[in-house]
Ligand binder design. Structure first.
Ligand SMILES: [Zn+2]
Length: 294
């Protein structure tokens, strides 16, 4: 299996065993301003390098999964994301891989969805029947799975939970709205408030910033719980790594906002770390190859 994770800053490529273990991995800067054709060509080079290291060829029976930042049509493979893939026109990400790797089964989805799929398959969401996984990093993305099937619109669009509005008079978001969850609670928002100080600092001011950010995270999660009624919430991305510091305030706010939902939903830290995207994408392609809907 090959997993590819195309983010706004880094591209990761990995050879993944069928049980989800990463066997080889490479990463490079995305530098999206070089344009989609150059970036795709470089990714294909990395895949060839990984195949070489694994003793396989481009003609092997592969399953190649791609997770990509931003809106993507999972049926056509076209990503439309001029925001974090700056300046890109709508780009077919699957066709070049299909041409270069003719025996491959291909799958593509938004990066938050593939990360959620990986956590359901081999991570903290294993066994969950209604999983909400939220990736809190540069932005906020979320994936929702019912019985292991990623929930998408009828035209294949992923959810945009990061752009739920928590404060309609809050700071502007690039999407055009104000006070989106992502503007208030992402790693970017947290880092801007910290201004270079460590999140683990004991300074009163830092603790207040952590508390405030945790409140926004908890409020957004409470909304997700009220609407989706998950049995498990998994948090990944950079903030997921610091979940222990924020867990109390997040859960306190979730409880306060969530009185109508009479279940205690566990909030768990993601287990696949930086490999979340490549693992999830590879396993999505594996399951498509085996005829299972993912
Ligand atoms: Zn927004």
């Amino acid at each position: 299996l090959i997993g590819i994770d195309i983010g706004g800053t880094h591209v990761r490529v990995a050879a993944v065993a069928r049980d989800g273990r990463v066997e080889h991995r490479l990463s490079m800067r995305t530098d999206p301003e070089r344009g989609p054709q150059v970036v795709i060509a470089n990714v294909i080079e990395q895949v060839l390098e990984i195949l070489d290291a694994s003793g396989r060829s481009a003609d092997s029976e592969l399953a190649i999964g791609v997770g990509v930042t931003g809106p993507v049509d999972v049926n056509t493979g076209v990503v439309t994301n001029p925001y974090t893939l700056t300046g890109w026109p709508p780009t077919d990400l699957l066709r070049p891989f299909g041409q270069r790797f003719p025996q491959a089964t291909l799958a593509i989805d938004n990066d938050a969805n593939v990360a959620a799929y990986g956590e359901w398959a081999v991570g903290a969401g294993k066994g969950s029947r209604r999983l909400a996984m939220v990736t809190i990093g540069t932005g906020i993305g979320a994936g929702f799975l019912i019985d292991g099937v990623v929930q998408r619109s009828s035209t294949g669009q992923h959810s945009e939970a990061g752009h739920q509005i928590l404060d309609a008079s809050g700071p502007p978001c690039y999407c055009g709205a104000r006070g989106c969850w992502e503007v208030l609670a992402s790693g970017t928002a947290l880092n801007a408030r910290l201004g270079g100080r460590s999140i683990t600092s004991q300074e009163i001011e830092v603790q207040e910033i952590v508390r405030q950010t945790g409140l926004w995270i908890g409020l957004g999660l409470a909304n997700l719980c009220a609407i989706f009624a998950p049995d498990t919430v998994v948090i990944g991305g950079g903030v997921g790594l610091h979940l222990d510091i924020m867990r109390d305030v997040i859960e306190e706010n979730m409880r306060r906002q969530r009185v109508m939902v009479p279940v205690d939903v566990p909030v768990l830290a993601a287990q696949n770390g930086d490999d979340a995207g490549v693992i999830g994408a590879a396993l999505m392609a594996r399951d498509r190859q085996e005829g299972r809907s993912a």
